[in-house]
Design a protein around this ligand. Sequence first.
Ligand SMILES: [Zn+2]
Length: 264
Amino acid sequence: MGNRNAPGAMEVNTISDYEAMVIGAHPDDTDISSAGTSALWAQQGKKIVWVCMTDGTEGSEIPHLADTDLMLTREQEQRMACDTLGVQSVEFLRFPDGALVNNQSTRKAVVRLIRKYRPRIVITHDPTTHLYAPDPDEAPKQRAYLNHPDHRATGQIVFDALFPGAVNPRAYRDLLVEELYPHQVHELYLFFSDQENTFIDISETIALKVKSIQCHVSQLDPEGEWPEWIKERAAAKAKEAKEKKGLTMQYAEAFRRIKLHAPN
Ligand SMILES: [Zn+2]
């Protein structure tokens, strides 16, 4: 970055409009990771925007289903989930599901939204998480999960959009014409991370979280045991909050919180 006091230098905005922008790869990633936190903050009167990077067209086991039909169905499910949680805005970037890459076009799309909504916090996937794999000797009945490449790509796109894209006045100068000026996000929260350091008490919004996930009818077996799984997972995070931070809560969502801005 250059000299901020140079003649003609453009000031970078640090005042937030939205409290949080939650960016997920697919419809339902934001629900599973951050619905409780989003609902809690919305109840506190804070403005929240959700962003979905892909069109979600690989989210089905039925090969002959039309892409457009599935995309529109999933977008409608995501809108219903946002209404359930009190999330005010949702944006669909519609990059191809299963093929998300970090390039000029995907980065610029995210920079555009960061400059438009001016969030204080950005919440997204931890791009360094490649897998969730318990020790087979310690947990012989559990299976490992490979993290979806779109999840890792989303995290990396957001990193590169936050810096330098969103803050550098010489990056994406064509956006200045649209009055989308440089914006400094204050904090970055990463979900599905193995370095979680922040626990949000979602005991009051866990029911809304379950309801929001319930909106994703195309993705869920209505008879499935997923509501119990969601609650068990949130209870396990609450237990970690006690062990790591001495905090008492019934249900929690966990993040790796990173401070990007330290006001003078
Ligand atoms: Zn996903």
